[in-house]
Design a protein around this ligand. Structure first.
Ligand SMILES: [Zn+2]
Length: 195
């Protein structure tokens, strides 16, 4: 299945998202600009998030649809994000922001704009960049610090406010130096970072 879909991509001239190789701070700066530009707020629906970028969001439970690629960019304002209908709202919010990261970083900001796709379980630098984008897009530094203070450093309240998982809010708190990097957290409260 996997190799077949790859061949299909190669034939249609769509290539895998390539990293910009920027430091995390640069990716975060880009993400925050887009978060502002899109007037993102945690109350925004996932469909609205994607529509702000003129893309299409598809919910699916068909493994054949989901396993191949989670985003496919055909051109500017022309892309499709696919997410599992059964995942939690918080996990899907992160996934949507991550895929928007691929669109902004690996298509819009690329030197050579070419149709791209990103696999659901991809690894490497491009995936890291999309994750950095997602955390900063969903939790801009200034908003996060203010909310952290308002919630009296309660990670659960912060996660609830931003409508993200506990794992994602802890990650952001660590990135902003609000909790020690080696804070031990309950394994059950974490979830895997999507690709
Ligand atoms: Zn990805």
């Amino acid at each position: 299945m996997k190799s077949m879909s790859k061949d299909k991509h190669q034939l249609s001239g769509v290539t895998e998202a390539q990293p910009l190789r920027l430091p995390r701070s640069a990716v975060e700066a880009i993400a925050e600009v887009w978060s502002k530009e899109a007037e993102y707020s945690p109350n925004m629906s996932l469909v609205e998030m994607v529509e702000r970028f003129n893309g299409t969001l598809i919910f699916s439970d068909d493994p054949r649809v989901l396993e191949t690629n989670s985003i496919r960019v055909n051109g500017e304002r022309d892309f499709e994000i696919r997410i599992p209908a059964t995942a939690t709202a918080a996990a899907n919010r992160f996934t949507v922001a991550h895929e928007l990261g691929h669109y902004v970083l690996h298509y819009l900001a690329a030197n050579d704009r070419k149709p791209i796709f990103a696999s659901r379980y991809g690894t490497g630098e491009a995936e890291n960049e999309a994750n950095w984008f997602a955390w900063a897009f969903l939790m801009p530094a200034e908003d996060f610090r203010r909310t952290w203070k308002d919630c009296q450093s309660s990670i659960l309240s912060v996660a609830e406010y931003f409508k993200v998982s506990v794992f994602d809010s802890i990650t952001r708190a660590r990135q902003l130096g609000l909790v020690p990097a080696k804070l031990v957290i309950d394994e059950d409260a974490t979830e895997e970072v999507v690709a």
